[in-house]
Design a protein around this ligand. Structure first.
Ligand code: GLU
Length: 484
């Protein structure tokens, strides 16, 4: 049978790292087995769902390079792919379950249900619905309806049954049907609940493998019971572990950015995010840690997905991203750095001239090995841009107090004044020449010049700084240096 998997986000916010991981694992498995990957939308929570969130989720998937064969915006033979557009289908399945006695209408009011919950809790039992409306006569139903009560549809949970889930990641997990209680599959407004709609979707789309977050494991027995009641085969399940922060707690907003778009906006590369995400749960067979999507599509398999919790380690993401930044083409990096340079106020919002683009490109190349993600290039702008250096820090002051410093800076200044310096090579040659003429150690030239031009004793290559500042800004920086 052809493998068919799906990603079914609820469009109630941006795509989170955990969701992206579920999508990725499904996508990779489909690619590996020449299967079909479907993306659909669980939008039945009308209040919280929006088309805007749906769009953002799809854009984030595309940014990551995760494409789907079938689903929203792509189409396919099992559409529509939004649950709110599939209500008719859920009604058909509801009617079937009702007709076969696997489901029934329940007219209990919120107060009655609350009373039942309290009574069970008082007895030390799990609060659950005990099936009061299971055997209503047509007269009782009519009476409730005459009162204006709108029924929900509940699934009739079989008693004394063990539900075995052979999870491809977690192994065999057994649930008892007795603790479950008859649960609602259609709300009084006619909208199906998650556990029901997801099963109807998976059946009607012929899904063979359900790969999703561990938080859905406890829903799975409820879903399995519906498959069994309908007499259709149950798909394979694989529940992938929670993502914890480095302190071992469940990842939350408080741990920083959890949405894929946050990383996109900060200038992480999609190939790095993919590589990072796949390693949260999947361990590669060898020592290699860097994989392209293509390589993953070949190597990925569920048997190397761990059931221990995955850890979100930002340092690891930064390390992976720094690796990909070093490999990326200069033009691509310059383009990706533009929003950050605009943010820093050193590039115009509109059109960029050829010179400005060349400057951006040279700048990014000069700092790329110092940054983990592109938003960090902003921290380096002060070295390379404008006629004013940072106020010298303590170390820089110390250097600038050196005995030979005024002489060195004077000599450097006159060299600069006569040069039409453009390239870093020129700057390098000039500093070398200066060292030779002054007959002092290179350090006694480079350090004061660096301290004077940048207010710091460390930083990117000095020759690149000089080249990117250009003679005017270099001279201006020297002239405005507070210590001279
Ligand atoms: N809408 C659910 C979620 O986003 C889908 C769960 C599933 O894949 O069954 O978690």
């Amino acid at each position: 049978m052809k493998l068919k998997v799906r990603f079914a986000p609820s469009p109630t916010g941006p795509l989170h790292i955990g969701g992206a991981r579920s999508a990725l694992f499904n996508y990779l498995l489909a690619r590996k087995h020449n299967g079909t990957f479907i993306v659909r939308s669980e939008d039945t929570d009308i209040e919280r769902s929006s088309r805007e969130s749906e769009h953002n989720i799809l854009e984030a998937l595309r940014w990551l390079g995760i494409e789907w064969n079938e689903g929203i915006e792509v189409g396919g033979e099992n559409g529509p792919y939004r649950q709110t557009e599939r209500l008719e289908l859920y009604r058909e399945y509801t009617d079937k379950l009702l007709a076969q006695g696997h489901a029934y209408h329940c007219y209990c009011s919120e107060e009655e249900l609350e009373q039942e919950r309290q009574e069970l809790t008082a007895k030390g039992e799990t609060p659950r619905y005990l099936g009061k409306c299971r055997h209503l006569t047509p007269e009782q139903k009519a009476a409730y309806e005459a009162e204006g009560r709108q029924p929900v549809v509940r699934f009739k949970v079989p008693e004394g049954k063990q539900i075995l889930i052979r999870d491809l990641v977690r192994g065999d997990v057994v649930f008892e049907s007795d603790g479950i209680g008859d649960y609602i599959i259609v709300k009084s407004d006619g909208i199906p609940t998650y556990n029901f709609a997801v099963v109807v979707d998976d059946i009607s789309m012929c899904i063979t493998h359900v790969i999703r977050g561990e938080e859905h494991l406890s829903n799975t027995p409820r879903q399995v019971l519906i498959y069994e009641a309908l007499g259709v085969p149950v798909p394979e399940f694989a529940h992938i572990s929670l993502i914890l922060n480095t302190e071992g707690r469940k990842m939350s907003k408080r741990d920083g950015d959890t949405a894929v778009i946050d990383y996109q906006n900060k200038g992480y590369l999609p190939e790095a995010v993919i590589n990072f995400i796949v390693l949260m749960g999947w361990s590669p067979p060898g020592e290699e840690q860097f994989f392209t999507l293509e390589q993953l599509a070949d190597k990925f398999a569920l048997d190397r997905v761990s059931k221990s919790p995955a850890v979100f380690d930002l340092n690891k993401l930064n390390w992976i991203n720094a690796h990909y930044l070093k490999e990326a083409a200069p033009e691509r990096l310059a383009e990706l750095a533009l929003p950050h340079l605009r943010d820093a106020g050193v590039m115009p919002t509109g059109e960029i001239s050829t010179e400005q683009r060349a400057w951006a490109s040279a700048f990014v190349q000069a700092v790329i090995e110092h940054v983990s993600y592109l938003a960090q290039v902003k921290d380096y702008v002060h070295y390379f841009y404008g006629g004013q250096a940072l106020e010298p820090d303590e170390e820089a002051r110390e250097v600038l107090r050196g005995e030979q410093v005024p002489q060195v800076l004077e000599a450097f200044k006159s060299k600069m004044a006569e040069s039409k310096l453009v390239t870093a090579e020129d700057a390098k040659a000039m500093l070398k020449q200066l060292t030779k003429e002054l007959k002092i150690g290179a350090k006694f030239v480079f350090m004061p010049v660096r301290a004077a031009l940048t207010g710091r004793v460390h930083g990117p290559d000095l020759d690149k700084i000089i080249a990117l500042l250009g003679p005017d800004d270099v001279l201006h920086r020297l002239e405005t240096l507070a210590l001279l």
